[in-house]
Structures are given as C-alpha cells and as structure tokens.
Design a protein around this ligand. Structure first.
Ligand SMILES: *Cc1c(COP(=O)(O)O)cnc(C)c1O
Length: 216
C-alpha cells in the first residue's frame, strides 16, 4: 500500500471511531512516527498532508530534521523517545513537543533552560513495567504538580501500554489520571490499537508502520 492510501485508511478509521464513541476527542491529530524513515519518505508524508511527526532519538532527529524543518515551517516535531538530561538543550531547540517527560531530574533540567516554545506531555508507565520509562500511575499526580510548579507547560499525558495486554484498560487509566488533573490532551494509540485509543479519547495517535510500512 502506498502512503496516501494508508493515510486515507487511517483517517477513515479515526472518523469512524469519533462517530461511534461519545468519549472520542473533538479533534484527533495524527502523529507520523518517522523513526528509521529517510527524509524522502518524510517529505512524501508531508506532501500527503501530514504536519505532525515524532522521532525517538534526539541525534537522529537533528540529523534528519534540521533541513526539513527549514523547508516546511508548518511542520511540528515531537520527541516520543526517552530524553537524557545531557541532551536537553538540543531537544528544546529542535522539538515543538516533548512527550516523554517522566522524572523530576529531567523536569529540573528542562526548567533550568528557561521558558521556550516547547510544550510537554508526561509519559505514564500504565503497565508498571520495570523495563519501561514513564512515571508510575500512583506517582503521576505528584509529578504533574511538580512540573507545573517549575513552570513547564504540560499539555497532557502519553502512554505505551504493555505489548502483551489488551490496551483499553491502559488507555482508560491514562484518561482518568489526565481528567483528575485537568489535562486535556491524551497521546495514546499506535499502529495496532489506534482505533481503540481514538474511541477512548485519544487526541494524538502515534502511527509508524501502518503509515510507512514495516521499518527496516
Ligand atoms: C515507534 C513508536 C510509535 C509508532 O509505532 P508503530 O507500531 O510503528 O505505529 C509510537 N509511539 C512510540 C513511543 C514509538 O516509539
């Protein structure tokens, strides 16, 4: 399947999800997860109308995106992979949104750079998986308060549910934590489960393989 066709299928599924569910967000943005994709594939996605992209690694994103961003000023770039504190400066200058804010030390390092244009999502480890990043669900409230007190513009929550479990309870938990703390945006849903996420209130689905095909 080519990219414009894949995009059309995804758009239709998102519209159907929105029509079918009272929990669905009024607007669901599609983030193209472009890790491992070359600039040519990214430019093809831009030509098809996609304006929001996600990268997992600061260095790969710098290498690929400095030129693309110059050329397409309306494109938004999100960081969706873990951020090390020694890459904070680069990340703030490159990314419009950092979706992986997940620990006080990182929040401190980001706040130290002063206010900028970058906005934040807090990543929640809804499955409490030891090998995964993200703040634990029971600590999310305290961490949201901590980030707000530092002046970081927190827009919402993000999660990556465990691969071996049905995602719906994780999406429900993320939504519940967000609502309890006055956060509107929910970044949840990937290639396998974005329709479920959309029905459960996702405002940002992050899609890689269903859009670009399998990664090499
Ligand atoms: C790669 C990635 C995605 C997209 O995954 P697909 O299964 O290819 O849709 C979404 N979110 C994060 C955090 C990712 O690393």
């Amino acid at each position: 399947m080519n990219l414009p066709q894949a995009l059309q299928n995804i758009t239709h599924s998102l519209e159907a999800a929105r029509a079918a569910s009272p929990l669905a967000a009024p607007r669901i943005s599609l983030l193209a997860a472009s890790k491992g994709q070359e600039a040519a594939a990214i430019e093809q996605a831009i030509a098809a109308g996609i304006t929001c992209f996600g990268e997992n690694r600061v260095q790969e994103a710098e290498y690929k995106w400095l030129k693309i961003k110059e050329k397409y000023s309306n494109v938004q770039l999100h960081l969706i992979g873990p951020l090390q504190t020694n890459k904070v400066k680069e990340a703030l200058s490159l990314f419009d949104v950092i979706q992986t804010l997940d620990r006080p030390k990182l929040a401190d390092a980001l706040a130290k750079q002063g206010p900028g244009k970058t906005q934040f999502f807090i990543q929640v480890n809804t499955g409490k998986e030891p090998q995964k990043v993200g703040v634990a669900p029971q600590e999310a409230g305290g961490f949201i308060d901590y980030c707000r007190a530092l002046g970081l513009p927190v827009r919402g929550l993000m999660c990556v549910p465990p691969a071996d479990q049905p995602p719906a309870p994780h999406f429900a938990l993320l939504r519940q934590i967000a609502r309890a703390h006055g956060l509107e945006e929910l970044s949840m849903g990937m290639s396998e489960d974005y329709a479920v996420a959309a029905r459960m209130g996702s405002s940002c689905v992050r899609i890689g393989r269903a859009l670009f095909g399998e990664r090499l």
